[in-house]
Ligand binder design. Structure first.
Ligand SMILES: Nc1ncnc2c1ncn2[C@@H]1O[C@H](COP(=O)(O)OP(=O)(O)OP(=O)(O)O)[C@@H](O)[C@H]1O
Ligand SMILES: [Mg+2]
Length: 234
């Protein structure tokens, strides 16, 4: 079966800087793929390039059998790609309910998905009328993920969901991601290698803006040299 997402040798510039210099990856349907690499490797830029927020200058991006690079971000997202940006991107001056409502792509999305979202993140139901500023870091991150679940998405791009969270909250977040991956497909940027290795079946490593290695997570876990060389972890 062809992959749900395929990125072929993309090159992306930000201003005059050549940030991505040949990123390729493929994400099979119904799985979690971890996008790994040290700080500044180009992980976030890869997600933004897929979405057309930083459009690649060359190379191709294919999603669900269609070539999507060159289209507008809104049109790309409308094909069914949800994005959870890094640093808990929510509207902090809006309530939990408002944050969820404005994430609708079509009227009625939230009503359809509410039960599933509150099942994954019961805290959000309890906090529904609070403003974003009143939430803890973990609750803000849950809301950021929940917003991407409001519309029907075939693919979720999630950037560093565990960043800065306490271990017990990371556990909750991992359980939620595992459950939502059972009905969607996830490309997960994750600096915490323990988290990534426990969630993902496949991995892609990028370094200095290009793909260096990809394969089964079970193999990477055994490969201490690669982990050390590209991820700086033991
Ligand atoms: N707006 C920008 N202007 C100039 N350079 C940028 C810009 N955004 C990113 N970069 C550079 O592009 C490179 C890749 O950045 P990117 O944010 O994609 O890395 P990352 O792998 O997500 O890193 P991190 O782990 O720190 O989130 C870095 O060297 C960064 O400094
Ligand atoms: Mg990043």
């Amino acid at each position: 079966m062809s992959p749900l997402l395929e990125v072929r040798d993309i090159h992306t510039f930000i201003g005059q800087f050549h940030i991505l210099e040949g990123v390729s990856l493929s994400v099979p349907q119904g799985s979690i793929t971890a996008l790994l690499g040290r700080n500044g490797a180009g992980k976030t830029t890869t997600l933004k390039s897929i979405l057309g927020l930083t459009p690649p200058r060359s190379g191709e991006v294919w999603f669900a059998g269609e070539r999507i690079n060159g289209r507008r971000s809104f049109d790309i997202a409308s094909l069914g790609i949800g994005f959870v940006p890094e640093h808990r991107a929510i509207f902090r001056d809006l309530s939990v309910a408002e944050n969820l409502r404005i994430a609708e792509r079509r009227k009625g999305d939230l009503a359809r998905k509410e039960e599933f979202i509150f099942h994954l993140f019961p805290d959000l139901k309890r906090l529904i009328n609070l403003s974003g500023t009143a939430l803890s870091g973990g609750q803000q991150q849950m809301l950021a993920v929940a917003r991407a679940l409001v519309p029907d998405n075939k693919l979720l791009l999630i950037d560093e969901p565990s960043e800065g969270l306490a271990p017990v909250i990371i556990e909750q977040m991992m359980a939620a991601i595992r459950e939502l991956a059972a009905q969607s497909t996830v490309l997960l940027v994750e600096q915490n290698f323990i988290v990534a290795s426990q969630l993902a079946e496949r991995y892609v490593i990028i370094d200095e803006g290009h793909t260096v290695q990809a394969g089964a997570m079970a193999d990477l876990v055994q490969d201490k040299e690669t982990i050390h060389r590209y991820l700086g972890a033991a």
